[in-house]
Design a protein around this ligand. Structure first.
Ligand code: AOF
Ligand code: ZN
Length: 379
């Protein structure tokens, strides 16, 4: 009886510290790319002696940070970590070795790292050195949190989040694409937090021409967390006077265009600080090859991508089964039948009523409603 009770307490303690490690990792979501946003907590005799999370740009790793803070106190302590410690010499030495050298005696790890050079070898290395290793606590939550890293490693594309702000009748703009305010301040703040938690944001040229957006994160104190901004612009129609091009020297802007776009336009945009990338056109359809676009972004280190419009990009991604999550922010007012439908020819039920998606979470944001859908078996 007493033994059972102490086991239950031990489990609750492990859960508590793993959840803390996940929370620490969340701080770096969107900032750690190309690396995953890992969190680590070191505990000795029930007391936290070190905490760490993957630093901006991916290094130092979370464990290195936590070990540095713990110092000598790491000897005989337990490490809680949201991803298998690395076992390879990348741009930094292996965390597994640092953990062993520091004298950690137990590691509680949420999930294996699918990176080919790691994939179980981090855990194996720790065990071979006599460290007690428990794998799998909060694995589902960790898989969701590391979705960008896993998608990049397994499918060579980013975890792709489609964000749509729709009117109560499912429109995204008035007739002719005229922008209308759809959602309120709380929804705007939530969307900006999502931008900060992604490593890139993508829109089609139609959205740029209609809205002249800036696509930065403008939450107070988080202005430096703006993602890389990407525009799909097959014919290089983006105006040099647009707010995107005008701000390209402060916040990076990439234009993805076709192999046939005019070189003189590309040179002009380059001189304005824009990076122009050429990708193949889609076979048998208008627009760029979206798989090629996502692959190029993934190869450049993008792990989490938020797509904010317009209808054509959104519907093409849905049709190609390239949307992993859909965030539907719904405002209280209708726009009317002549408004622009969120997904063009596709009905919104391609997300909300599709067996390919299930609703994961819902939130009320003042007068607006946020529903988050995720692709079934997306991870
Ligand atoms: C960890 N802890 O906090 C992170 C890890 O080039 P490097 O040396 O930075 O290694 C990059 C790889 O390390 C990355 O692909 C992923 O497998 C892992 N990320 N590992 O132990 C961390 N961010
Ligand atoms: Zn590492």
């Amino acid at each position: 009886e007493q033994h059972g009770a102490s086991l239950r307490t031990e489990k609750a303690v492990d859960l508590h510290f793993m959840q803390l490690a996940l929370a620490l990792g969340r701080r770096s979501l969107g900032a750690s790319a190309p690396n995953p946003a890992v969190g680590a907590v070191i505990v000795k005799d029930g007391v936290i002696v070190g905490r760490g999370w993957t630093q901006p740009g991916g290094r130092p790793h979370a464990e290195a940070e936590a070990l540095r803070r713990a110092g000598e106190a790491a000897r005989g302590a337990t490490l809680y970590v949201t991803l298998e410690p690395c076992s390879h010499v990348g741009k930094t030495p292996p965390c597994a070795d640092a953990v062993i050298v520091a004298g950690i005696t137990r590691v509680v790890s949420a999930i294996e790292d699918p990176t080919p050079e790691v994939s179980g070898q981090g855990h194996a290395r720790l065990r071979a050195a006599g460290v007690l290793v428990d794998v799998g606590l909060c694995a589902a939550e960790a898989a969701h949190h590391h979705a960008g890293h896993f998608r990049r490693v397994r499918d060579r594309r980013p975890h792709t989040i489609l964000k749509l702000a729709v009117s109560s009748d499912g429109k995204i703009a008035a007739a002719g694409g005229v922008p209308v305010a759809i959602t309120g301040e709380a929804a705007r703040a939530r969307a900006h937090l999502l931008r900060a938690q992604c490593s890139a944001i993508l829109v089609g040229i139609g959205t740029v021409l209609a809205d002249d957006p800036l696509l930065t994160c403008r939450l107070p104190g988080m202005e430096t967390r703006s993602p890389l901004r990407v525009v799909l612009d097959q014919a290089l129609r983006i105006p040099e006077s647009s707010r995107l091009v005008q701000s390209a020297r402060e916040t990076p802007l990439w234009i993805m265009t076709s192999e046939f776009a005019e070189s003189s336009r590309a040179v002009k945009l380059g001189a304005a600080g824009v990076q122009v990338m050429r990708v193949p056109a889609a076979a048998g359809a208008p627009g760029l090859d979206l798989v090629a676009v996502l692959r190029a972004l993934s190869e450049s280190g993008v792990t989490r991508l938020v797509v904010e419009g317009g209808a054509r990009v959104a519907s093409s991604l849905i049709a190609a089964a390239l949307v992993d999550e859909a965030w539907l922010l719904r405002g209280p007012d209708p726009i009317g039948d002549d408004g622009v439908a969120a997904l063009g020819a596709l009905p919104l039920t391609a997300i909300t009523g599709s067996p390919e998606f299930r609703m994961r979470a819902g939130e009320t944001l003042d007068q607006d409603a946020l529903a988050i859908y995720e692709r079934v078996q997306s991870i």
